[in-house]
Structures are given as C-alpha cells and as structure tokens.
Ligand binder design. Structure first.
Ligand code: GLN
Length: 547
C-alpha cells in the first residue's frame, strides 16, 4: 500500500507547488522508490480542455487521452512516469460523477451531501492504483482558504484519519515576503496560513518556504515554533535560474530527508543523484546558442506553450547548446511580414485553435520553406504547412481548413484540412459530429504513426518505422491531396496504421522541414529529449544563418 504525501499551498498562488511536488517525486525515485503524482483541482470545469490557454496555460494530454493541468507535464518531465486519466481530477469531474450516480439511484434514496458523498468520491480517486507504487504524491490546486478547495481539504483529512498512523504526510508551501524598508523577512503570513490549515484539521509535517532572501536560522526556528513543525522540516526554497535545478536544490535544503523523517523511515536509503547532476552539467556547460522563433497566437502567456519551450531546452541539452526562444505573435507577422523571422536559426509553429493568426503561420511556413530555415510544425503548424504547399506549390490558391469555415459559418476554402468524423482507436471506431460537446471529443491521446523507410522523420527517430505520440485535434489533413502534394515535393512520410490519416509531412529538398500532427513535446524529458526537438535543434545549429 502506498504512502501518501499531500501537497498544499498558502499565502499566495503560483508558489511552484507543482514544481516542488515534481522535484520531491524525482528525489524519492533517486532513493530507489516508485512514485506516482496526482493533481486535484478545485475549479468547476470538468477538465481544462475547454479553458482558454490565456487563462490556464497549456492543456497537457496523457497517453490515455485525458486533457489535464500543465502541472502533470512537470510531473512527467521530472519523474518520467507517464500520467494517466486517473491522475487528474477537478471539482467539476467529482460533482459530475456524484450527480451521475445520483441519477442512476446509486445512493439508495439518501440525501446527497458534500460530506460524505463528495468527499467519498474524492477519497475513491485518491486510492486508485495505491498498490502499484511506494509513494503517491497528491497536490491540491489553489490556496488554503479558497471556498472551492474545502471539500478536497476535508477529504484528505478524512483519508489520513482512516489510514494507519504514519501513512500520510502533509507538506505545505508558503511565502516569506521580504520588506525592503525594514530589511526583514516576514513570517506572519505563513503562521496565518498554517493556522487556517489547522482550523480545518490539517497539521503540516513539512513546510516549504519560498523566499527571495536567505532565511536566517532565527526565523526558521520561529516558524517551527509557531507552526508546530520540527525546525529541520522548515525547508527554504529560493528562486532558481532553471526549474531543473529544483531536485538538487531541494535535496540540499533537506526536503526529501524531512519527508522521510516524517514517515519515520530510518535509515533512509541513500540517493543517487547522477541523473540530475548530468542534467545540470548539460544546462550550465552549454556551448553556443541557437535562436528559435515560435510563431503562435497565445504568445502573451508563455505557459500556453509550456511543454514546447521545455522540449526545446531538452533539445538544447541533447546538443549541449543553449536555446534562446523568442515568441513571435502570428497576427503581428501577418501585418508586418515574414521578415520578422530574419536572423532565427529555426522556426516552430506550434498547436492552436481557430482562424485568428493563421495567415501569419502560413507565411512562416512559406518563409521557412523558401529560405531553407529548419521548420518544425506541430499539429496546427503541420496543417498550416500543408495549406501553404497547396496554395503556393500545388496551385490551389483557396486551400484552407474546414475549422475556419466552421468558425465563420460559411464556406470560403477548399478544405485540405477537414473535420474528422470517424477514426480507429485500438479496436474501436470512434465517431464524431460537429454538434458534439466541445469537451473531450477531439482525437486525444497516443496514436501510432507508420513512417516511410528512409524518410527524414524516420532518421530523426533512429531509423524507427513506427512511432507513438500524443494527439489533440479535431481536424485532419485530407489524404486525398497526397499525390498532388507529393508531386510538388511535400512528402507524406508518416501515416496512421490504416493509411487514412496523414501523421507527418516533410520536404526531401529542404535541409530540415517536418510537420507532425501529434505533440512530441509532451513526452520530452530533460534526461530523455524528444527526438524531434533534439533533431530540430541540431538542424538549427547547422543552419548557416548564424546570429
Ligand atoms: N485546431 C486544429 C485542430 O483541431 C489543431 C489543433 C492543435 O494544434 N492542437 O485540428
């Protein structure tokens, strides 16, 4: 049976709970334990799939097709453990399960209440797969004191109470603000936050204190005393240059030791930190720089492309270079012209939804093709590259995507990208209508692509002829234009196993121009970079237009 670590946050949001959880997971692995990380989000959306990237950042997709919070991306990048549908839940999902059961008469005529019905549903979620790992790390989204969070806090209180003593540990993240005028770090907000937790029956065992300034021993002792925590379980967390420093920095600060002490695991197995030492070596001893432009429409919030920027960093580590990413607003590019891309070693057009900004992406694909700049098109970025080839090489000036026609409510394009209504997933055929719900109805999760022998993409994957990456899209390049596009040089180098759905395109006559319908960035890790990103960075290094 797994031991549980519950991670909560107080004082302010955005303290880096997800990162602290992920780093702790990595440290427990370094000590030889198996881990799984889970996220419980108090918002009422059933999942983040329908939320704007501007609001919530990237939607992270799992192999089994769940649309989840971007923190699950951190968990995977730090532990290498593939997240599952059962690792992410929201209040919306919990309530919708409870209401569905109520309609089916599953509660045998009882009055349905937050305690026990909603809290029981949360506890059921926590227990899934508990026999599989040594440690289950469960992060509660939001901040203690939020109205929406209460059922989750109550559920973890009950959960720990029902388990044998010592099976659950509570870790709480807070902030120590620094008052420059008096030159002091203030502990009062932390005290209040812990008081708030204790008022709902939760006593933290470990406190992680974010601070911009070193925390003096005196203040640490004070926090321990006032918050009823052991002094060596008050862990300082300072700002880091790179998130990948977190495992080593938290280890030095004593986090994993404090957690194991709280479980009374003694002696604790010694950690092997070589994986993270190598990651840090690659990060700090990079030689050279490549400049990459990401041409997208959600560029105001960088979290919208979190996994892409991380995968680029990993691609840099694989080649021991630093990757400098610049965000180029595709709408701006539409207005001002593709010369905005002058001076970059490589261009990425990432995923996205809706028509706004897409002409700028088509212009970026044209620029990359003509100027022979390495290009990686991801999902929408592949679709735009196909539209560009259709318009400018295959004499289809009105080529476009059905997505934009649907959005505009009129037919303006010849749809080389069309709405997919039926496809094969494993042994099933999935069917969709345009009028279906928006949430959870895309082609989601891991799908196989069969690669053409000798193609560039196959070379990138070390000669593999089958690859599997995660998908999240409603529209699809129409295979009926394959011949016409291949005649003008755009090869369909990867197809779905049934040969119906184009998965990868590339130009044989270009140094490195690849479009993929999947999201390879989602599986990239610092210690196992996604081959397409490592290959793209390599090509960008070789690109002579050096900055
Ligand atoms: N909007 C496109 C589609 O739904 C692309 C999606 C994406 O880039 N993830 O097919």
């Amino acid at each position: 049976m797994a031991r549980y670590i519950f991670i909560t946050g107080g004082v302010v949001s955005s303290l880096g709970k997800g990162l602290a959880s992920a780093a702790l997971g990595a440290l427990l692995q370094a000590r030889g334990y198996t881990v799984r990380l889970r996220k419980l989000d108090p918002y009422l959306n059933v999942d983040p799939g329908t939320m704007s990237p501007f609001e919530h950042g990237e939607v992270f997709v799992t192999d089994d097709g769940a649309e989840t919070d971007l923190d699950l991306g951190h968990y995977e990048r730090f532990t290498g453990v593939s997240a599952r549908k059962t690792d992410s839940v929201s209040s919306g999902r919990i309530y919708s399960n409870v209401l569905e059961k109520e309609r089916k008469g599953a509660y045998l005529g009882k009055t349905i209440q937050v305690i026990p019905h909603v809290t029981n549903e949360i506890k059921d979620f926590l227990s899934v797969g508990e026999d599989e790992v040594d440690f289950m790390l469960c992060e509660i989204g939001g901040t203690v004191g939020d109205i929406e969070g209460l059922p989750f806090f109550e559920a973890i209180r009950q959960f720990a109470q029902e388990r044998p003593r010592g099976q659950c540990v509570f870790m709480h993240l807070t902030l120590l603000p620094y008052l420059a005028a008096s030159g002091e770090l203030k502990t009062k907000p932390t005290q209040h936050s812990v008081k708030e937790l204790r008022s709902i029956g939760l006593q933290p065992d470990v406190l992680v204190c974010r601070s911009e300034q070193p925390i003096p021993e005196k203040e640490r002792a004070k926090i321990a005393l006032f918050c009823n925590v052991r002094p060596d379980a008050v862990i300082p967390a300072y700002d880091l240059k790179s998130i990948y420093e977190a495992p080593l920095a938290y280890h030095r600060a004593g986090l994993d030791q404090a957690v194991l002490d709280a479980f009374q695991i003694s002696p604790a197995p010694r950690p092997d930190l070589s994986r993270w030492e190598d990651v840090m070596d690659r990060l700090t001893n990079a030689e050279g720089l490549v400049k990459v432009a990401i041409v997208g429409k959600y560029v105001q919030l960088e979290d919208a492309y979190k996994s892409i920027s991380e995968a680029l960093t990993h691609g840099g580590m694989a080649n021991r270079v630093r990757v400098k990413t610049e965000w180029v607003d595709s709408e701006k590019l539409e207005g001002e012209g593709a010369h905005l891309l002058d001076g970059f070693n490589g261009i990425i057009v990432p995923g996205g939804f809706g028509e706004r900004g897409t002409e700028g992406m088509v212009a970026a694909a044209k620029y990359a093709r003509e100027k022979k700049v390495p290009y990686l098109g991801i999902c929408l970025g592949m679709q735009m590259a196909v539209i560009e080839a259709a318009r400018n090489l295959a004499e289809m000036p009105d080529a476009g995507s059905e997505e934009f026609d649907h959005e505009a409510g009129e037919s303006r394009f010849t749809p080389v990208v069309y709405h997919l209504k039926e496809w094969v997933q494993g042994n099933y055929t999935v069917q969709r209508k345009l009028s279906d719900d928006k949430g959870g109805t895309m082609r989601l999760g891991a799908y196989t692509a069969v690669l053409k022998p000798g193609s560039k993409i196959s070379e990138v994957y070390d000669g593999a002829l089958e690859i599997e990456d995660r998908h999240r899209h409603r529209y699809e390049v129409d295979a009926k234009y394959r011949e016409r596009l291949e005649e003008v040089g755009l090869n369909f180098s990867g197809m779905s196993p049934d040969g119906r759905l184009p998965e990868c395109v590339e130009y044989a006559s270009h140094p490195w121009f690849i479009g993929v319908q999947s999201h390879p960035e989602l599986k990239s890790k610092p210690f196992e970079p996604a081959p397409l990103f490592a290959g793209f960075v390599r090509a960008a290094m070789d690109n002579e237009r050096l900055v």
